[in-house]
Design a binder for this molecule. Sequence first.
Ligand SMILES: O=P(O)(O)OC[C@H]1O[C@H](OP(=O)(O)OP(=O)(O)O)[C@H](O)[C@@H]1O
Ligand SMILES: O=c1[nH]c(=O)c2nc[nH]c2[nH]1
Length: 240
Amino acid sequence: MRLLEERIQRDGVVKAEGVLKVDSFLNHQMDISLFNEMGAELKRLFADAPINKILTIEASGIGIAAIVAQHFGVPVVFAKKAQSINLDGEMYTTRIQSFTHGKIFNVIVSKKYIGPEDHVLIIDDFLANGCALDGLIEIVESAGATVEGIGIAIEKGFQPGGKSLRERGYRLESLAIVDAMDPETGKLVFREQNDAAASCADFGGVIECEADDIANACAAAKTSSNAASACGGSGANAER
Ligand SMILES: O=P(O)(O)OC[C@H]1O[C@H](OP(=O)(O)OP(=O)(O)O)[C@H](O)[C@@H]1O
Ligand SMILES: O=c1[nH]c(=O)c2nc[nH]c2[nH]1
């Protein structure tokens, strides 16, 4: 999604150890009009899927998931990283290695809010090693629900999560994929992708272009590859 790539390019800060800091617009201060465009794009990408629920994980996934959910007209459930007196009844639990906190959380979703009738779109701000998504998928599948797809704002393509999920057959759409970044120069390399706006631009900057042209361009943009998961220690085992 060109708009998001441009924003990352403009306001993102490349840190050491594979960390991209985008807290001025994505996961601390949040640019809601950008989120709204992201929601519209994800709705377009998953228009054919019978999604009736969105699942994310606290903290940074919640804001994006809430705006995306407005486009789908469905509720959002977020997985909690801590037990609380508000959590009662039966729960799904799993263990997830947090990328930025550097520790393992016991992640919890109430059985009241996800069940076999659900067709779930999983949303998150970042995809890196895939630990958060592995845990969320485990919860959805333990509930007997269907993972219809995964929508991510920023995938770091140089880390193994995206490759692994695509190889396992999950429908994964990342609005921006950073294939390389250099903390010394700040240079970012984005994977070539096609969204509605980009496709129109690719057809000579014509504002109105044929839906078929966009569909063909999008079909050509699909890629898949494989990689081992880096979340071996997280032990994502949802309990019924
Ligand atoms: O693919 P992964 O390696 O799992 O990385 C992606 C996850 O890392 C971040 O969560 P984190 O727990 O670091 O921070 P948060 O509490 O701000 O959501 C992010 O919000 C994703 O959920
Ligand atoms: O702000 C963030 N930057 C990152 O590079 C990252 N990777 C996982 N989660 C992340 N959050």
